[in-house]
Design a binder for this molecule. Structure first.
Ligand SMILES: [Zn+2]
Length: 97
């Protein structure tokens, strides 16, 4: 069993864990609801041979979550989109990276 992810932000940890579970990777959550702030929740991959697959999924997710740091113009409909949004609120087009 290997630890793959830990973060102080519990919702982020939960998001990563469900991503893995949805892709058939068996996980274990540790330190969830830990009584101390300095103890972070951790996601563990139960089967070592699924660890590489899990890492790959994380990388894909990071790419999807890349948040633009400047306003951008939608390539589809031309709307001006504020920074912090990865897709057009008007037509749903995703910002080209
Ligand atoms: Zn658009």
């Amino acid at each position: 069993m290997k630890r793959i992810y830990t973060n102080a932000d519990q919702s982020r940890v939960g998001m990563y864990q469900s991503l893995l579970e949805e892709n058939g990777i068996q996980t274990l959550l540790k330190n969830n609801n830990a009584p101390y702030k300095e103890v972070w929740p951790e996601v563990w991959v139960v089967n070592d041979d699924q660890y590489d697959d899990a890492l790959k999924l994380f990388k894909e997710l990071d790419t999807q979550l890349s948040v633009p740091v400047a306003p951008w113009d939608c390539p589809e409909c031309g709307e001006r989109i504020e920074e912090g949004f990865g897709e057009c609120w008007n037509c749903g087009a995703v910002k080209a990276s």
